[in-house]
Design a protein around this ligand. Structure first.
Ligand SMILES: Nc1ncnc2c1ncn2[C@@H]1O[C@H](COP(=O)(O)OP(=O)(O)OP(=O)(O)O)[C@@H](O)[C@H]1O
Ligand SMILES: [Mg+2]
Length: 315
């Protein structure tokens, strides 16, 4: 089946899914059960059950401290849970180290960008490659064994840098890029390992208006070329605009899930946000029909965000 039909089918599959936390999906790629993580008595994550549908864009939303990043950390092996199991594409991943999780096809980006500032853009990309035979001692000593693979990696890195319009910056230090360009670099680097599920932690935060639309385009492109996307975002206009399904976390738990327009009209969701976030803008559906209005608003918001770079936010 062509990719666009696969995506359409996956989106149709969501229509009958019950609007309850932990609802089963027709084609779940990631399934988590009883995943718990506490920090000094605070239940950062306490997810009873969650299924992420393959081939769609799922947004994970929730107030600050809801446990979204911790959930990403756990799923991708960057942190260990107190309890729980999860399967990615049928493979149990609890207890599996981050480097091995990435090899199964699930990769993530970070809320605070992890691009290595004193390394060039191209070298940052090359670090994202799935396997580097040159790293083994024997192969490292025998150039013919790694040289072709190195070339392949460089070619792939350059193709991705072109796609993300960073090719002209390939020899610049990553530290010289703007916040938005670093977000693009993170995304491009994540794609070096040909992931089947990409988890993006606040991809839009700190991105200037000139890059907002292109970032949105890159995210929908990922889905439309067959990659499943799970992303965390606070900008509700963005969430409404590009997600097929929304999962809401509050105090570590999944408290709601459903299509964006339904979830954002849900009283429990509004309460979860307003409890912590009195000025939270949940977005307005009427704006969705007027592309120019939402774009102008999103751009104004992004412009405001730029003044506080996410790198300056405490972890
Ligand atoms: N390493 C840590 N040590 C102690 N507490 C932590 C740690 N990581 C997270 N927490 C706590 O766990 C809870 C969940 O944090 P987390 O960063 O996962 O939230 P979040 O939903 O990503 O929030 P935000 O939207 O602000 O990024 C918070 O109470 C946070 O203070
Ligand atoms: Mg976070």
């Amino acid at each position: 089946m062509p990719v666009d039909e696969v995506v359409q089918q996956a989106r149709r599959d969501l229509a009958p899914v019950p609007r309850v936390p932990g609802a089963p999906k027709a084609d779940a790629m990631l399934v988590a059960d009883g995943v718990r993580r506490s920090f000094g008595g605070v239940n950062a994550v306490d997810v009873e059950h969650l299924e992420v549908q393959r081939h769609v864009i799922t947004a994970l939303i929730g107030p600050n401290g809801a446990g979204k990043t911790t959930f990403f950390n756990l799923m991708t092996g960057f942190d260990k849970p107190d309890a729980g199991r999860w399967d990615f594409d049928g493979t149990p991943l609890a207890g599996v180290a981050a480097s091995r999780v990435a090899k199964t096809g699930m990769v993530r980006t970070f809320q605070l960008t992890k691009a290595l500032a004193r390394m060039t853009v191209l070298d940052n990309m090359r670090l994202g490659a799935r396997s580097q035979p040159g790293e083994g001692l024997f192969t490292a000593l025998v150039k013919p064994l790694w040289a072709p693979r190195e070339r392949e990696i460089t070619d792939k890195a350059m193709t991705l840098l072109e796609r993300f319009k960073l090719d002209a910056k390939k020899d610049d230090f990553a530290g010289s890029l703007s916040g938005g360009q670093r977000k693009l670099l993170e995304m491009a680097r994540a794609l070096m390992s040909d992931p089947t599920l990409v988890m993006l932690d606040e991809p839009m935060a700190g991105v200037n208006p000139a890059l907002t639309q292109s970032l949105l385009g890159h995210i929908t492109d990922l889905r439309d070329t067959g990659t499943t996307v799970l992303f965390v975002e606070h900008d509700m206009h963005m969430v409404r605009h590009i997600s097929d399904w929304v999962v809401v976390m509050a105090q570590g738990q999944v408290v709601a899930e459903g299509p964006p327009s339904e979830v954002m009209a849900d009283q429990a969701v509004i309460d979860a946000y307003l409890g912590a976030h009195h000025d939270m803008d949940l977005g307005d559906d009427t704006l969705l029909d007027e592309g120019s209005v939402i774009d102008a608003e999103a751009d104004a918001e992004a412009a405001a965000e730029v003044t506080t770079s996410p790198e300056e936010k405490a972890p």
